[in-house]
Write a protein that binds this ligand. Structure first.
Ligand code: ME8
Length: 506
């Protein structure tokens, strides 16, 4: 459980970052923060994929040298990491020396082990996906050829090195059998197994007809096929080829979070390359679904690409983070719509969570001179006990990437709390039973802190604002779940006057 290593795909720099990239990056950020909150060590890598024909063409279209072009566009992805408040430990670019060295080393090892041989490739290729396409996967439309994602194909005929992928078919199937959680969700796992069972052909792993890539170290005519180059980033960042390095020893094998579009590369090619080099295959491949925009496929040609910056400017980062992971079960496809995000923000964040904090803390500030006493009794409060008792269930959700269930559960507690406020009516108790009123308020404050702790991975900034409202907890690190026991030792809570946490969308 400890020392998890989480990665995002490294994104192509042929274009600006969009909501899909943001989604995967936030998914991994939530995992990393969740393990931080449990006091467990983990490592988070993201980065950019800068080689290949697609990137070369994008640079040519702009009339810029590819290195200059990738330097520029890679910055957009670094900016995105800041914009999204990512807690990544490293950001790798495939044009960095450390990565070139790593890829070239892996190449040499595979060649020495006779896992790679020289031959000739002729077949269809999708530049958009940087992928070779088998005859039975070609779709014909108006005399043109496309792959199943609708990317146009071009004919490629060139000398090429091949990786003996066919040889790994049975070993891969065995590996999947012995590691039933290697690919999640299960539906994706079945898809991959079916594909491998249907037969694997050797894979072309070098190109000669363009130049923008890592040189094959043993043959200057060739550059390394972009997917062998790209996948290796996950170990380059851990100091491969030095497999005795602290990073490698501590974190490999890793957990790769990817979109469903690139699952084959991660679940078939990557473990095969690694096993062929006698390295451990990854621990797990987690594939999420595909976002559409108001029901439509997101594409540059349709002009409906959602810019994460615009979204965040309009709705606020933590609200967007919450929406993306509450709205759609991870693994399923999801649709972005303005109505859907508005409903989640207004109904759940502003009305349910924000308003609970606002009305209770304002009431305390007005009626109790900002202080609320805590007693032993408060910790036996039924809702607080239920929240504490549900920790295992919450952890199970996160360990199984059920982000939406985790949030749903927490917001049910929030409903209970709001109902409790309405039922116990502290504004009435103020006159009839001031002691009981204090007790009710203390209970609710403790629950607000507890639920907010569990929300930290999703909404790190908003929850930090909430913790700040409890002035005398400021030297307790409330972003560690276990530190709630330090709150229990406090004699009272000193409250600051709250400002509305979320603005309602009109
Ligand atoms: O494939 N919905 O890079 P890429 C959800 N460089 N996620 C989406 C999405 C959408 N509509 N669009 C993109 C590459 N994504 C390679 C990866 S890894 C060794 C090399 C996300 O820039 C999703 O994670 O095309 C998808 O897998 C990734 O962006 C593809 O990014």
């Amino acid at each position: 459980m400890s020392n998890n290593y989480f990665t995002t795909p490294i994104y192509y720099v042929n274009d600006k970052p969009h909501i899909g990239h943001a989604y995967t990056s936030i998914a991994v950020d939530i995992l990393k923060r969740f393990y931080d909150c449990r006091g467990l060590n983990s490592y988070f890598l993201t980065g950019t994929d800068e080689h290949g024909q697609k990137v070369e063409r994008a640079a040519q279209e702009k009339n810029i040298d590819p290195q200059k072009f990738t330097d520029m566009v890679s910055e957009n992805f670094k900016d995105l990491s800041n914009l999204l408040n990512l807690s990544n430990d490293d950001f790798i670019r495939t044009t960095e020396e450390r990565h070139k060295k790593s890829v070239q080393n892996l190449w040499r090892v595979l060649l020495e082990k006779d896992e790679i041989y020289l031959s000739k490739y002729s077949g269809w290729y999708s530049v958009r996906d940087e992928a070779f396409v088998a005859d039975n996967e070609i779709v014909e439309k108006n005399g043109k050829k496309y792959n199943s994602f609708g990317s146009e194909l071009s004919w490629v005929e060139e000398e090429s090195y091949f990786f003996r992928l066919s040889k790994w078919q049975d070993k891969l199937l065995n590996f999947y059998k012995n590691n039933p959680n290697f690919i999640v969700p299960k539906s994706r796992s079945n898809e991959v197994i079916k594909f491998v069972e249907s037969g694997l052909k050797d894979l072309s792993v070098s190109r000669t007809t363009f130049k923008w890539g890592i040189d094959v170290p043993t043959d200057e005519k060739h550059i390394v096929y972009v997917w062998l180059d790209a996948l290796t980033n996950y170990i380059s960042a851990l100091d491969y080829p030095n497999i005795n390095s602290d990073l490698y020893k501590k974190y490999w094998p890793g957990i790769h979070v990817v979109g469903k579009d690139i699952i084959r590369f991660h679940a078939i090619f990557w473990p095969a390359f690694l096993m062929a080099a006698e390295l451990d295959p990854p621990k797990q491949i987690v594939a999420h679904g595909w976002w559409t925009n108001e029901g439509q496929k997101i594409s540059k040609s349709l002009g409906n690409v959602i810019d994460p910056k615009e979204l965040i400017d309009e709705y606020g980062l933590d609200s967007v983070r919450y929406f993306l992971f509450r709205e759609v079960p991870f693994g399923n496809d999801g649709d972005f719509s303005k109505v859907a995000i508005k409903n989640r923000i207004n109904g759940e964040l502003a009305n349910n969570y924000g308003n609970l904090i606002q009305r209770i803390l304002s009431f305390i500030c007005k009626n109790l001179e900002q202080n609320i006493d805590l007693t032993e009794d408060n910790f036996n409060f039924e809702i607080l006990k239920q929240i504490n008792d549900s920790e295992k269930e919450l952890f199970d959700y996160m360990e199984n990437y059920k982000y939406d269930e985790y949030l749903k559960k927490l917001f049910l507690f929030m409903n209970d709390l709001n109902n409790y406020v309405d039922k116990s009516a502290p504004w009435v108790l103020k006159k009839t039973d001031p002691e009981q009123m204090k007790k009710v308020l203390a209970n609710i404050c403790l629950c607000i802190i507890r639920v907010s702790q569990y929300l930290v991975p999703f909404m790190p900034s908003k929850t930090s604002e909430v913790f700040n409202l409890f002035e005398n907890t400021n030297n307790i690190k409330l972003d560690i779940f276990d530190n709630f026991k330090e709150v229990i030792n406090l004699k009272f809570l000193k409250i600051r006057q709250p400002e509305p946490l979320f603005t309602k969308i009109e």
